[in-house]
Design a protein around this ligand. Structure first.
Ligand SMILES: [Zn+2]
Length: 80
């Protein structure tokens, strides 16, 4: 299931801005996905906006899209 808010958001920065505008950046995702970062680090996405613990690349997903790993987007280094 996807919803309209996911398709409207074109990139990770849009997702971060959207989630932050709703004050939900510390919400837990529906599924705690394992992220394999470009830097080689693997970590668990504990909140829907989270930085890689190694390189600080920001990853973001909407609350309603958070069950699907494909909805997780990179927003750029230290964007959150
Ligand atoms: Zn990283």
């Amino acid at each position: 299931m996807s919803c309209s808010c996911t398709s409207k958001l074109k990139n990770g920065k849009d997702v971060v801005d959207h989630v932050k505008s709703k004050g939900k950046e510390n919400f837990a995702p529906t599924v705690a996905h394992e992220i394999s970062c470009e830097c080689g680090e693997t970590f668990i996405l504990k909140t829907i906006v989270m930085n890689c613990p190694n390189c600080e690349m920001t990853y973001a997903v909407t609350p309603c899209g958070s069950a699907d790993k494909n909805n997780i987007k990179q927003a750029g280094l230290k964007y959150a």
